[in-house]
Design a binder for this molecule. Sequence first.
Ligand code: SAM
Length: 281
Amino acid sequence: MNEVKPGTLYLVPTPIGNLADITERAVDVLRQADVIACEDTRHTRILLDHLGIGGHVVSYHEHNKKEAGPKLIAMLEEGKSVAQVSDAGMPVISDPGADLVRLALEASIPVVPLPGPNAALTALVASGLDARQFAFIGFLPKITAKRKKLLEDMSRVPVTLIFYEAPHRIKETMDTLITALGDRKAVTARELTKKFETFERGTLSSLRARMDEEDPRGEYVILVEGWNESMEEETEEASGWQDEAMKLAETMPLKEAARQTAGKYHLSRREVYQFLLGTRS
Ligand code: SAM
């Protein structure tokens, strides 16, 4: 049995789908912790019930962290052990937890991370893309200007880029990535560790086109090849299609200009159409 120390904050990863993906150590810590801080108490109860753990759960999430954080720190200072979990995967990674870690460190409370499930790394290792160096971006910012700036900064970073996205926004995000990064090699990893786990490999536009054939469902990680020098030429070619699309659009409806350009340059019609729409706004 891995013993839990008093007055210590444990970051405990939980399964991202398959309930068997929890480590013995994680179970030991959850079993012994005085308090389990979680995003959604009902959700975490399902996991705890599965593991046969009672546990005192308290909620700690984006919307109550200002009040809940200091309360948890007070408990830690009293000598209680706290296990922090999120709904799935590694706490802190695109999940609550970072603020609690900061508060704990400021109060000189020991923070002990446990290794375990994480969607980004699980997707990366089977993607076939370069895994020696990568940048984890997670969810793109919702604010357009911030999103644009981030992708501009990333567009010349020579390492694999990893994004998270919810199924209802994935088509729009794929369009954004095509426009910002060009039509690079990409992989989508869907429903990792679950029954319908699926990896699709291709280019951003080919993967995007498949999403029109079958509506995206489930959870996705998107991985995109990093920048390399040969993309300079492609960018020049890209500006070729953009010039041509804009010229055609002067004399015909946007949809027709997009259709003709997409056919000639083997691009997705939607990508060209979105580009033309952007030139009009
Ligand atoms: N903390 C988690 C981790 O360590 O991976 C991430 C939590 S974040 C709120 C949820 C996002 O992670 C989803 O929208 C999806 O992009 C990704 N994700 C989580 N579980 C996944 C799975 N089983 N398959 C694919 N992507 C997953």
